[in-house]
Design a protein around this ligand. Structure first.
Ligand SMILES: [Ca+2]
Length: 300
């Protein structure tokens, strides 16, 4: 089987940094482009982080700057969780890496159109870029095979507010546009971050003596997310990429999808429905998933 052509849209972000590491280490994926989006921190930081992480992970692919603010709302950020830089205590060293485009949405469209086969989209942040792509280029969905998105909660509960998951809350209108686009969307919902967690000690032990062990240690040191508990890293974004690499580790639940753009912005419901046009994933075995994530973070 050929490798899966993939475009990544991300707001790194500590758990984005781990998801990107997994994506670039996988022989199953053929990453074509990485686009930044404002989310966990502002667009300047997420772009700098996306550029550095991609190149550092050996990704010889274009990195482009995406949207700096939501479609129609004020920006929200999560620097209290991810650190002011977005990647914990890690300090990006001097480097000569260059962005390929300041207009990431257009670059994404060109990459989709030029791929020669339908491309999978992996989204790890708010969906502003994808919604902008849909608005500018209504034919974009025909170049997209499937969207794997870390976003939303199944039951109208949240982590940034009582009602809303962070990525959905940041730009609910964008999520609404993606839901209405007719694209095939697989949701990696919020509650998986509670179960898909890695012990910091295990990440450290596994990384010892590798090129990336110390770097990842600095990235997740100081990452504070109470969902996973002390000493653990909640792997929200990694589920979306693992569902592409290891679909056998998840149940794919057919569902309907809706997002509130009114009174409780970003509140979502993913309701199981055999006739639903979307899916959300559930973890089959958390121990098996943790083992796969560790192995994928540090491939042989
Ligand atoms: Ca993210």
């Amino acid at each position: 089987m050929g490798r899966i052509p993939l475009i990544i849209d991300a707001d790194p972000g500590v758990d984005d940094a781990l998801a990107l590491k997994i994506a670039f280490g996988s022989p199953k994926l053929d990453v074509r482009l990485v686009c930044s989006v404002a989310g966990n921190v502002g667009i300047g930081r997420t772009t700098a982080n996306a550029l550095f992480l991609t190149k550092r992970y050996g990704g010889d692919v274009p990195v482009v700057r995406g949207s700096g603010s939501p479609l129609s709302r004020q920006a929200t950020d999560a620097s209290s969780v991810h650190g002011a830089s977005g990647i914990g205590d890690y300090v990006i060293p001097e480097h000569g890496y260059k962005l390929d485009s300041e207009d990431g949405v257009e670059a994404m469209y060109e990459a989709l159109k030029g791929a020669g086969e339908p491309v999978t989209l992996l989204t790890l942040g708010p969906l502003t870029n994808i919604a902008t792509l849909l608005a500018r280029h209504p034919d974009a969905p025909k170049y997209v095979k499937r969207v794997y998105a870390m976003i939303a909660s199944v039951d109208g509960t949240g982590n940034i507010t009582e009602y809303a998951e962070f990525n959905a809350y940041c730009d609910p209108e964008a999520l609404d546009a993606v839901i209405r686009s007719g694209m095939d969307v697989v949701f990696a919902p919020m509650h998986l971050g509670r179960d898909a967690k890695l012990a910091q000690k295990d990440i450290l032990d596994r990384g010892k003596g590798t090129e990336f062990g110390d770097m990842l240690d600095q990235i997740f040191r100081g990452y504070i997310d109470e969902a996973a508990g002390k000493g653990y890293v909640a792997m929200y974004d990694a589920n979306a990429v693992e569902a592409i690499i290891h679909p056998e580790l998840y149940d794919f639940v057919r569902c309907t999808a809706e997002v509130d753009t009114g009174d409780h912005p970003g509140r979502t419901f993913l309701r199981p429905d055999a006739a639903g046009r979307y899916c959300y994933i559930e973890i089959k075995d958390t121990d098996a998933l943790a083992e796969a994530m560790l192995a994928d973070l540090y491939p042989e």
